[in-house]
Write a protein that binds this ligand. Structure first.
Ligand SMILES: *Cc1c(COP(=O)(O)O)cnc(C)c1O
Length: 355
C-alpha cells in the first residue's frame, strides 16, 4: 500500500529531474565563497526578493536564528506572535544563543497580533527594559496568507518606532501563489515591506534541504558569522543549491495544484458529522475532531496508509508527492472512521503502535 503522507510538505522526495540537476551542479567550497551553484542561488533569491544579498542556510530555523542574531544584540528584544515559529518552535534559540529576549503577543485566529498590542509592547529607552529592536511576522501562518493591508500597517508601525522587520517566509511562496497572478510579483509585494525575509526551499518547493536569508549586505555579513558559529558553514553545498534552483524553475507555479488538493480535501471532509474543517487557504487543512477522537482518527488513518498530525486539531498538508487519488483515499478513510462510529482501530486497542 502506498502511503499518502500528509504530515507536512517537508516529506517530499526530490524528483528525478531535481536529482539530475543536483548531479550536474558545478561545485566549490562555500566556506571559501567559491561554490558557483550556491553563489548563483544566493544572487537569484536576493534578486527575487529585492534584497541586496542572501545566504543559503541548512534550515529555516537556522535562517531565522541567524537573521534575528544579525538584527539584534545581546539584551535586545523582538516582538513576535505567541504561536509564531520564531518564538514557539525554534527551541528558544534566539534567547538561548542570542541573548535576545522574546516579547510574545497574543494572535487572533488569523495569526494577527493587534497593532495596539504591538505599539504597547515597544518599550521606551529606559535601563529597566530590554531594547525593543525587531518585529517578526510569519506568512503564511498556519497555512493562512496574511492580509497585505495588515503587513503594511504592522511594518509601518515598526518602522515609525525604529524597529527592524523580519518575515519568516518559510511558506511565503504559498502566500504569493494564493494571491493569483504572477507569484514572483506577489512575492515582491509582500517582502518589500520587510528588512529581511527567510524563505524555505524544502517545504512546498520540494527541495531536500535548504532555506535562504535575504536582506541588506551588512545584515547578511553579520548573519554569515553567526551561521558559521552555529555549524552552518557548508562546503560543496552547491549540490543542495542546485535542487533549490530547480525548485525555483519548476515548483513555484505548481503550488497552485497543492492548494487545489487542499480545497478538494476540505470539501470532501466538510459535512461529515463529528468534525469541522477550520481553514484551507493554501496547502494546509486543519480539522477539529469532536469528543477527543482526534488521536483515534489519526490511528485509523494510519492503518489505511494515510498520515497526518495533530491531537484535537488535525493537520493535513498537501504537496508535490500527493495527488487527487491520494486525497480521495484520505477522505474515504475519514468517512469510514465516522461511519463505523469513530472507534479505535483494533491494533491501537490492543496496544500496538500504529506508527
Ligand atoms: C518549517 C518552518 C520553519 C523552519 O523549519 P526548518 O524545519 O528548520 O526548516 C520556520 N518557520 C515556519 C513558519 C515554518 O513552517
Amino acid at each position: 500500500m502506498t502511503v499518502v503522507d500528509l504530515r507536512s510538505d517537508t516529506v517530499t522526495q526530490p524528483t528525478i529531474a531535481m536529482r539530475a540537476a543536483m548531479m550536474a551542479a558545478p561545485l566549490g567550497d562555500d566556506v571559501f565563497g567559491d561554490d558557483p551553484s550556491v553563489n548563483a542561488l544566493q544572487e537569484r533569491i536576493a534578486a527575487l526578493t529585492g534584497k541586496e544579498a542572501a545566504l543559503f542556510m541548512a534550515s529555516g530555523t537556522q535562517s531565522n536564528l541567524c537573521g534575528m542574531m544579525a538584527h539584534c544584540d545581546r539584551g535586545d528584544e523582538y516582538i513576535v506572535g505567541q504561536n509564531a515559529h520564531t518564538y514557539r518552535y525554534e527551541g528558544g534559540g534566539a534567547a538561548v544563543l542570542g541573548s535576545i529576549q522574546p516579547q510574545p503577543l497574543a494572535q487572533d485566529a488569523a495569526g494577527l497580533m493587534r497593532l495596539e498590542d504591538i505599539a504597547a509592547a515597544i518599550k521606551p529607552d529606559d535601563p529597566h527594559f530590554a531594547r525593543t529592536r525587531l518585529l517578526c511576522l510569519e506568512n503564511t501562518w498556519n497555512g493562512q496568507p496574511m492580509p497585505q493591508a495588515y503587513l503594511q500597517q504592522a511594518t509601518d508601525l515598526a518602522r515609525q518606532h525604529g524597529l527592524a522587520t523580519h518575515l519568516d517566509g518559510a511558506r511565503v511562496f504559498n502566500a504569493a501563489v494564493a494571491r493569483g497572478g504572477d507569484p514572483f510579483h506577489a512575492l515582491r509585494d509582500i517582502v518589500d515591506l520587510f528588512d529581511s525575509v527567510s524563505v524555505c526551499f524544502s517545504k512546498g518547493l520540494g527541495a531536500p534541504v535548504g532555506s535562504a536569508l535575504c536582506g541588506s549586505k551588512a545584515l547578511i555579513e553579520r548573519a554569515r558569522r553567526w551561521r558559521k558559529m552555529v555549524g552552518g558553514g557548508l562546503r560543496q553545498s552547491g549540490l543542495l543549491a542546485a535542487a533549490a534552483h530547480h525548485a525555483l524553475d519548476h515548483h513555484v507555479h505548481r503550488l497552485a495544484d497543492d492548494h487545489a488538493l487542499a480545497q478538494q480535501l476540505a470539501q470532501g471532509l466538510s459535512g461529515i458529522d463529528g468534525l469541522s474543517v477550520r481553514s484551507a487557504q493554501t496547502n494546509i487543512v486543519f480539522v477539529d475532531v469532536d469528543n477527543g477522537r482526534g488521536p483515534d482518527l489519526l490511528a485509523h488513518l494510519a492503518q489505511d496508509g494515510v498520515l497526518a498530525t495533530g491531537l484535537i486539531g488535525l493537520r493535513f498538508v498537501t504537496h508535490l508527492d500527493v495527488d487527487a487519488a491520494g486525497i480521495d483515499r484520505a477522505i474515504g478513510s475519514v468517512k469510514t472512521f465516522f461511519a463505523q462510529g469513530g472507534s479505535k482501530p483494533a491494533a491501537q486497542a490492543a496496544g500496538t503502535a500504529v506508527y
